[in-house]
Design a protein around this ligand. Structure first.
Ligand code: ADP
Length: 407
């Protein structure tokens, strides 16, 4: 499944195997890719007009809920599904009709997909043999790949003699052994327990640094993984790419309510935009007038006196005594201790929307207790108005859903 030719971007391979569209194209290009499964009334549109470019050395995370088309995009690039429309290109070479084995892509999947009867060594060597790497090079290449994932000492073990994390390392080594220019990872940490996931995340960050020329596409539904690993995050919903930007931009200035909600920790408050001056706005939410960041939305600017959405991060809301200056009264609707923080759901006097606050430590508050609530200044960032069919209310229902919650 991770097969490909040994020199996928060499001049000869390019000329023979596919049409060259541009010598300087990025490592990965999805060009208006559509994928449909099934026929007639049973058709599922899994990917619509999907455009994405990933440059060499860049990691892009495909982030979105279950069924949003992430794996399908990855499979279309790897050659496991045939796009119904559009094209996929690798370094300018149209590979839409090329067999997976000829694409030279490394693929790592959630379930490891190791051969159970083969030692770690043979699992890694298998791909090299399939790529006709000369026999005398195989030992060194296997050793190099296993060493990259810290598994040099486990070459003789069968998969069943390895832990889940170790098996996933071997699967990564197998993908790396062919020295791919493009590495695809489909929820590679999803089968691991929380602690192991955290340490593997650190190892993937290290691996990232060790492969400065490799383009990576990383499929996940876990926003924490996407934020930790990706240079850019492509947020997917209902078979479409909805937003794409650097992790920091998406977090600081979410371009849509859906992305704000999906990245987690967002209160989305209905408001009216009263005044905008540069990148700062005054808004009314319920009976409060709050200052908000107003990101640049292009030449038209913000509509004044129009309804808007204010994104207030849950960890920026402070809980105090009601007597504190600038504190407003809030009634505790629920309180859940989560270890490092306590998550409070609050009905705030003067606000129609309930809000969520994540406060550090273990806050011992009872349901129905009245507390002081303080918003930061600015209180948050305005979300640009939705374009087309994106529904504000649909995303709002998941505004405070658990970040990275299991689907
Ligand atoms: P994600 O990776 O975001 O969970 P997928 O790409 O796996 O999403 O799936 C996108 C949509 O396509 C879903 O509605 C899914 O049920 C459907 N789908 C995926 N694979 C197949 C298939 N082999 N046959 C039919 N439908 C499929």
């Amino acid at each position: 499944m991770f097969d490909g030719d040994a020199h996928p971007t060499s001049a000869i391979a390019t000329a023979v195997a596919g049409k060259v569209t541009a010598a300087t194209e990025p490592a990965i290009v999805f060009d208006r890719v559509g994928v449909r499964y099934g026929r007639g009334r049973k058709t599922t549109v899994a990917l619509r007009d999907f455009d994405l470019r990933v440059t060499a050395g860049e990691t892009v995370a495909l982030l979105g809920p279950s069924g949003s088309g992430k794996s399908t995009a990855l499979k279309a690039l790897a050659g496991f599904v045939r796009p119904t429309s559009g094209a996929v290109r690798l370094a300018g070479r149209d590979v839409t009709d090329l067999s997976p084995a000829k694409r030279g892509i490394g693929v790592v999947v959630q379930s490891y997909a190791l051969f159970p009867h083969m030692r770690a060594y043979d699992n890694v060597a298998f791909g090299l043999k399939a790529h006709r790497v000369p026999r005398k090079e195989i030992d060194a290449r296997v050793a190099e790949a296993l060493a990259m994932v810290g598994m040099a000492a486990y070459a003789e073990r069968l998969p069943r003699e390895l832990s889940g994390g170790q098996q996933q390392r071997v699967a990564i080594a197998r993908a790396l052994a062919i020295r791919p220019k493009v590495l695809l990872l489909d929820e590679p940490l999803a089968a691991l327990d929380a602690q192991l996931r955290q340490s593997m995340l650190g190892e993937l960050q290290e691996l990232r640094k060790a492969l400065p020329d490799t383009a990576m596409l990383y499929v996940t539904h876990d926003q924490a993984e996407a934020l930790a690993l990706a240079d850019r995050i492509a947020v997917m919903r209902d078979a479409r790419l909805v937003d794409i930007d650097t992790a920091e931009n998406l977090w600081r200035r979410p371009p849509s309510d859906f992305t704000a909600a999906f990245l987690g920790g967002a209160n989305l408050l209905s408001c009216t935009v009263n005044r905008v001056s540069g990148s700062s706005a005054l808004v009314t939410a319920g009976t409060f007038t709050l200052r908000a960041e107003a990101p640049d939305v292009g030449p038209g600017g913000w509509d004044v006196n129009a309804p808007g959405l204010l994104c207030v991060r849950t960890h920026t809301v402070q809980i105090d005594a009601t007597s504190e200056r600038n504190a407003v009264r809030g009634t505790v609707v629920s309180s859940v201790w989560r270890g490092a923080s306590t998550r409070l759901r609050l009905a705030v006097d003067g606000l129609t929307d309930e809000i969520t606050a994540d406060v550090p430590g273990h806050l011992d508050t009872e349901v129905d207790a009245v507390v002081g609530v303080r918003f930061p200044d600015p209180a948050g960032v305005l979300i640009p108005p939705p374009i087309g069919t994106e529904s504000v209310s649909a995303a709002r229902t998941s505004a405070t859903s658990e970040p990275g919650a299991p689907e």
